[in-house]
Design a protein around this ligand. Sequence first.
Ligand code: WQD
Length: 341
Amino acid sequence: MDKILVTGGCGYIGSHTIVDLVQNGYEVICADNNSRSNEAILNGVEKIISKKIKNYKVDLCIYDDTYAIFQENPDIKGIIHFAAYKAVGESVEKPLLYFQNNLDSLINILKCAEEFKVPHFVFSSSCTVYGNPDTVIVTEETPQKPAESPYGATKQMGELIVNETVKNISLSAILLRYFNPVGAHPSIHIGELPLGKPANLVPAITQTAIGKIPMMNVFGTDYDTRDGSCVRDYIHVCDIAHAHTLALNYLVEAKNTAKCEVFNLGSGNGYTVLEAIASFEKVSGVKLNYQLGPRRPGDVVAIYANNSKARTGLGWDPRYTLDEMMDSAWKWELKLKTEKI
Ligand code: WQD
């Protein structure tokens, strides 16, 4: 079995990706210093796959500690690099923290990949690299606008670093641009564990519904959209996870036509905030306590993916509906209330 290093594997998308990789025949090790994640999530992963996952609790910004992982695992065939800070608001307050953490860790991983001749690399990118695009439906060729936050800038720079690095070494790479990952694994053994007050819509909805938050705000209902609220492309975290396995297969089977290829990972459907809330209320039976508030600075009015390249290139077929995304998110929130994760 090919051994894959998943950095940030204790995070939301990382943990779901470990499950999918193992269920598709890969051997997986994890590197996560748990600065923004909880290692206990691996207990849930292990319940699903009936296998223990070794986690190297390493700060990837420290080159020697990162190098030691590869020294102990010289047979690493691929790397999926999730490890990064991703709170948009925090990145605005602490830009240098984000540039240092997200770029130093990436550079160290790439230096080790070169040193140990690792052949395959998948980079966790984001639709945020498009900034505030001129078109609502974006393809991989849609021109990038200035990032809306230092977090988004680290993703734009990260893509550039990967693109330039693979030109001169035997590493091939895929950049995966996620739209809005939501939901939880159907087993409800793993899901999203937001730190502190959630900035993202779906955890804000579920935490309001369960009473952790007294009321949530809809940030703006005066936009030029169907109902005045922003449009986003919500995509189930398990569909995102499976795309990583498909991306790795694509590289392992040498189907790539370039040293670095980019794929949008979105459902291809745009839903407004109010439509997302209506979906949640329908599947949960809970009347959500929210108020219509002012716009949130930096929000893009509407964006969703043209995902045909991932469908044809990777054979990706995202299947979860918005209702299923909301249902799994709600079931996970209910579990968090009853069980200590
Ligand atoms: C979605 C919509 C809000 C909370 C962010 C990152 C992006 C990516 C996904 C990492 C917006 C509205 C939200 C609330 C609300 N992450 N909203 N009330 O901003 O599209 O993308 O997460 O790669 O990089 O920027 O996601 O979930 O924060 O917001 O009305 O309490 O929900 O205004 O229109 P966003 P989000």
